[in-house]
Design a protein around this ligand. Structure first.
Ligand SMILES: Cc1ncc(COP(=O)(O)O)c(C=O)c1O
Length: 384
């Protein structure tokens, strides 16, 4: 009986060839492939600019820096996300607060956001940035969040780590029509991979330029950005405090090669989701609701089961070598965030979601036979 993970990459011969040809080329980093990968993703999403980096975590960090987040500022995000969606604010010396989730989509709730903004205005602690996270690949209600951003004057970074290849109101996630910046992850469990890697997309040339600066030490070779005439062709200046967040040519070659199969991967995930939906319909669980405005990237397929049964069901699946997982432990309950003043009980929808959630295996190369095994074991565990 082979192990079935909850997610895994698909690397084919074309990918291997793309990477090995870079290995034999003149550039292992800072060559021609990174810009090609950036252009391919920007074009696929209909965004004007893309800045490739070594992870989505780095992309979130440079996005915050480019938007000027700093000490005294607030960033708000969903408690149901990976640590990185919030940590980016702390890297900038800013503070983090959370907005509870919608109990149907599990994404940041625009209603809860509206209520919290109204309250924050009276207390003079409005956020500078809101990070909606497209959980499992399904876009947040971006039109509603964007409308609130106009009213309250915050910037928006979409954490679209799960949503590469997804659509919202029939246009690609990542086109940034309702945000300043959108961030993708290319970690191996995601839709397409560059091993480690991330990308920040934007329609704002100045934000793109600033993110590129922060990606590489804050240094520039552009005479127009310099404080004085260059001493010579070798000359560069550091004009910001940046980092080395660059993506290598090897990673970009893998990512670019995978990009050609992006839509096939998402289509296959939808086939698998439909099979799960049909075959789990009679079981005592909640399958994920797909909002009619959204075509999810379907990074995850999360079911909810009765909280009192969740652990037993989870253990039964793991005992059969089925690598189920839980996404995510609410951020405000993490010890680090508790030390910053957060407490359990503050975001009830997030906490009840966490008590019930199980992520079932979902990846493009999952076979129907493997999926049937997951469904059988899950069914037996639920009815036991
Ligand atoms: C929602 C979300 N944001 C950010 C990240 C960070 O991505 P990376 O591993 O590319 O830094 C992840 C990764 O799991 C994620 O799931």
């Amino acid at each position: 009986m082979s192990h079935i993970p909850y997610g895994r990459q698909d690397v084919i011969a074309d990918d291997v060839e793309a990477v090995t040809s870079v290995l034999q080329s003149d550039w292992l980093t800072q060559g021609p492939i990174v810009p090609r990968f950036e252009r391919a993703m920007a074009d696929a999403c209909g965004a004007s600019h893309a800045v490739a980096v070594n992870s989505a975590t780095s992309a979130l960090h440079i996005a915050c820096l480019a938007l000027g987040l700093g000490p005294g500022d607030w960033l708000w995000t969903s408690p149901i996300t990976f640590l990185a969606s919030a940590n980016c604010a702390l890297y900038c010396g800013a503070r983090v607060d959370f907005v509870d989730i919608d109990p149907r989509t599990y994404n940041l709730s625009p209603d809860a956001l509206a209520r919290k903004l109204e309250q924050a205005r009276t207390e003079n602690r409005l956020p500078k940035i809101v990070v909606p996270v497209h959980l499992a690949g399904q876009s947040c209600d971006m039109a509603a969040i964007y409308a609130l951003s106009r009213e309250y004057g915050f910037s928006i970074i979409e954490d679209a780590s799960h949503a590469v290849g997804g659509r919202y109101q029939n246009l690609p996630v990542g086109d940034c029509r309702f945000s300043d910046i959108a961030v993708f992850s290319f970690h191996p469990v995601k839709i397409i991979t560059s091993a480690e890697g991330g990308m920040a997309l934007t329609n704002d040339a100045q934000l793109a330029e600033r993110m590129a600066l922060f990606r590489s030490h804050g240094m520039t070779r552009e005479p127009a950005q310099m404080s004085r005439e260059p001493d010579g062709p070798w000359y560069y200046e550091q004009i910001e405090l940046g980092f080395n967040y660059r993506m290598s040519e090897l990673q970009a070659a893998l990512g670019l090669s995978q990009t050609t199969r992006l839509h096939d991967y998402v289509r296959r995930r939808h086939e698998l989701a439909r099979r799960y939906d049909e075959r789990l319909a009679s079981l005592p669980l909640t399958t994920p609701r797909q909002h009619p405005d959204c075509y999810s990237g379907l990074h995850l397929y999360v079911v909810r089961v009765d909280a009192t049964r969740r652990r037993a069901v989870f253990d039964a699946l793991r005992a059969q070598d089925i690598g189920v997982n839980v996404h995510y432990i609410p951020l405000h309950t993490q010890p680090y965030y508790r030390r910053l003043g957060n407490a359990s009980g503050t975001f009830p929808e997030a906490e009840s979601y966490y008590a019930e959630a199980i992520s079932l295996p979902m990846y493009a190369t999952l076979t129907e036979g493997q999926q049937n095994r997951v469904i059988d074991v899950l069914g037996r565990a639920l009815l036991a």
